[in-house]
Design a protein around this ligand. Structure first.
Ligand SMILES: O=C(O)c1cc(=O)[nH]c(=O)n1[C@@H]1O[C@H](COP(=O)(O)O)[C@@H](O)[C@H]1O
Length: 280
């Protein structure tokens, strides 16, 4: 049986649970502020609390792989368990791995995150196209076959990204626009939207790019990096309904109290709902 495409699953999750992607980023400073040690036991406790508080209510959970990898195999075991439990509780899991490599190695990354028999099998994964969009082909194909998604970095939230992403290619487009055009071609006219998403920082002020890719637009940068939900219409314009705002530290700093985490996530979800209501 063909699996339901990620774009359709995400659209439903955003429409029913609200458009929020909550990050699970176990920074050592956050572990300490939660009264936990910066060790595997602290990581496990932190992660379990996030999943328990949020997986049954937010549309998407985005664990940042690096914070788990830094503890080696025992950190990865915590991540594997979190992915499984979060998916069981109804959240879509977007693995923030930002992988990008030559095609043959990309196939191994695809097998890691997008093969249903892998212990880290996730609903979607973040990838970097800056080895050339075509290098992502193994991940794009694996995602399509498994009903998964791929979020491709386009215009990142950090100020350093512009020197690469805003530079121009010979036909006058920016590098980021070339990537966005590839994403639009991948998504075609899929309904309700395609499964290839773009990452576009909420911090950008004005994206200055054509974001009409018929796919989701992951918008990190809200909260700790200074952007707010109210900035989203200015950045995304007519593509606002495709936007999936990501908040990590802005929610996590309200832990370890489960109710505190839930209230923070609900407030963020309500804020994006209010922004969408004002910009129908
Ligand atoms: O792909 C991402 O998620 C991402 C892309 C980007 O351009 N900027 C960005 O901040 N992120 C990630 O989004 C999260 C933002 O975290 P907070 O700043 O704590 O909300 C981190 O996990 C980043 O790695």
């Amino acid at each position: 049986m063909t699996p339901e495409p990620f774009g359709a699953r995400l659209r439903r999750a955003m429409d029913t649970r609200g458009a929020l992607c909550a990050g699970i980023d176990p920074h050592s400073s956050l572990l300490r502020s939660w009264g936990l040690n910066d060790d595997v036991a602290g990581l496990e406790r932190f992660t379990r609390t996030c999943v328990e508080a949020l997986a049954d209510r937010v549309a998407v959970l985005k664990p940042q792989s690096a914070f788990f990898e830094r503890f080696g195999s025992r950190g990865l075991a915590v991540l594997e368990k979190a992915v499984e439990e979060a998916r069981d509780a109804g959240a879509l899991v977007l693995m923030d791995a930002k992988r990008g490599d030559i095609g043959s190695t990309m196939a191994a990354y695809a097998a890691t995150y997008l093969d249903k028999d892998s212990p880290l099998f996730s609903d979607a994964v973040t990838v970097s196209p800056y080895l050339g969009f075509g290098s992502l082909r193994p991940a794009l194909d694996a995602a399509a076959a498994a009903g998964c998604g791929v979020f491709v970095l386009a215009l990142t939230s950090n100020p350093e990204g512009a020197e690469v992403q805003r530079s121009h290619v010979s036909d006058g487009r920016t590098v980021a626009q070339v990537m966005l055009d590839h994403m639009a071609a991948e998504n075609g006219d899929a309904r309700p939207m395609g499964s290839v998403g773009a990452v576009v920082g909420a911090t950008l002020g004005d994206a200055g790019a054509d974001l009409d890719i018929n796919g989701p637009l992951l918008a990190p940068g809200i909260g700790a990096q200074g952007a707010t939900m109210a900035d989203l219409p200015g950045v995304f314009g007519p593509a606002l309904r495709q936007v999936l705002p990501n908040v990590s530290r802005g929610v996590l700093r309200h832990g370890p109290d489960i109710a505190g985490l839930r209230t923070a996530a609900e407030r963020m979800t309500d804020e994006i709902g209010a922004v969408l209501a004002r910009h129908p």
